[in-house]
Design a protein around this ligand. Sequence first.
Ligand code: ZN
Length: 172
Amino acid sequence: MSLLNDPEVKKALQVLKDKGVQLYEIELWYGVAAYQSKSNDEIGIFFCGNCGGTINKELLNAEKPADDCGNCGFNEWIFEPTGEERLDKDSKLDILNSFGLTEYDCHGGVLHYCMIENKPENIEKLQQIGVPLDEIKAVVSKDGKEIDIAKFVFTYGEAEWFSNEEFLGYTP
Ligand SMILES: [Zn+2]
């Protein structure tokens, strides 16, 4: 059955038509909506179906914002995939363990800092595990040579333990 005959889709299209949305726009939106049901692991940007405002952060399709749009107060988020998929935990740990730490301080069960070289390859790896660029920039050392990834390894990186200079995905 064509999704265009689906009563829910028809209803949604009528809402858009009532708002004066042109047909080619409806097809675009419809394409996004159809895509949306496909993959919850996909990363993308949510934008407001009313005013077009975006949430300035890449999120999983499954992480649809609960908040209303900050611009117009509507709660109609449209998901636009960026074509990437979020890495699984093991792949993230592989990346964490591929950095080669320049310096770290771990005592009392707390990773106080954990430095890696500030170079494009490492920034790209951090982005691969989902760290936004502005968060990376915020933890670059004063001399610009290193990045402190301590804040990221147990959150974005999904590590659960650090010992013998290795990030583990479990608590030993
Ligand atoms: Zn809005």
